[in-house]
Ligand binder design. Structure first.
Ligand code: PLP
Length: 294
């Protein structure tokens, strides 16, 4: 079952689609709703967020909304009206059939060319079953991202670090991983720094410390990673950010790709070389992430 809420005025900085109408309306998610002239479709000119919904509650909602607004700023899109978005997300999620795990996806596009009205919607649905991958893990390959780790500062017009709709590359690398008999990818910068997965954040464990590459590297500020660190700290582990090369991953005691919806997928091999899975910690971590209520 899927629910679609279309925003009437995704940003206070742009006119409403229907002046005086409510903040959003529900629409048929299985029927066409988007213009063929929408810049989100024709140019990938827009942004999105995918939010886990655990037992009916959107998780890390405020972090997702902050990141949505940050992505909009990077693309110079009209600033999203976060109150309107929050209302539409909560309403869409409330319409879902009860399920342990669902998700809500928010999309903001520049709208129809020349029209000055951004397009915005929330699509909510039941999540796929990721229980197996959370236990068995993923085989990853290291792939060159093709730019340096300082791209965010040196070439901000390339939009690295924003969650844009232009995910064709993120899909292409998944196909490249499959060609190499792997399940997922860890990007490495052209100057040899570990970055992130195409839809996830990299987290490593070295001894008693959980590490992640951190922000400012043209990668996303992960909401799940923030919660993974919260959990780790509650268990007495240390956490930190580290600029590191591939050796840090191959030499790690354990590693995960973490993201909304799939949650923590343990990495079980890197470029064909096995990496141990910490099954007990991974199971406890996923139970924590699944049950989060904020
Ligand atoms: N990095 C990229 C490129 C992503 O697309 C995602 C999520 O889709 C993440 C990291 C993880 O972010 P989050 O944990 O907030 O879902």
């Amino acid at each position: 079952m899927s629910v679609l809420a279309i925003l009437n005025r995704p940003s206070q900085d742009a006119p409403a689609h229907a002046p005086g109408a409510p903040a959003f309306h529900f629409a048929d998610a299985s029927a066409p709703q988007l213009s063929v002239l929408d810049l989100g479709a024709t140019r990938g000119d827009g942004i999105f967020e995918t939010i886990s919904v655990g037992y009916g509650k959107p998780q890390a909602l405020e972090h997702h909304l902050r990141r949505f607004a940050a992505s909009a700023r990077t693309l110079a899109l009209p600033e999203p009206d976060l109150d309107a978005w929050r209302e539409a997300i909560l309403a869409a999620v409330a319409e879902l059939e009860p399920a342990d795990e669902s998700y809500a996806k928010t999309v903001l596009t520049r709208g129809i060319e020349g029209d000055d009205k951004p397009t915005g919607w929330v699509y909510a649905s039941t999540s796929p079953d990721y229980s197996r991958v959370r236990v068995e893990g993923v085989r990853v390959v290291l792939l060159d991202r093709g730019y340096r780790h300082d791209i965010e500062a040196t070439a901000p017009w390339l939009l690295a670090g924003a969650k844009t709709l232009s995910y064709a590359v993120n899909r292409a690398v998944a196909r490249e991983a499959a060609r190499r008999e792997a399940d997922d990818v860890v990007f490495v910068s052209s100057d040899g720094v570990l970055l992130e997965g195409p839809t996830s954040t990299l987290v490593l464990r070295r001894g008693n410390v959980l590490l992640t590459p951190g922000t400012g590297l043209g990668i996303l500020d992960g909401t799940t990673q923030a919660n993974v660190f919260r959990y780790a700290e509650s268990q007495g582990l240390e956490t930190g950010f580290e600029l590191a090369g591939p050796d840090a991953l191959t030499g790690a005691d354990a590693a995960w790709l973490v993201s909304s919806v799939r949650l923590a997928a343990p990495i079980r091999a890197v470029d064909g070389v096995e990496l141990g899975i910490d099954h007990e910690f991974t199971a406890a971590l996923n139970a924590y992430l699944k049950a989060l209520v904020e």
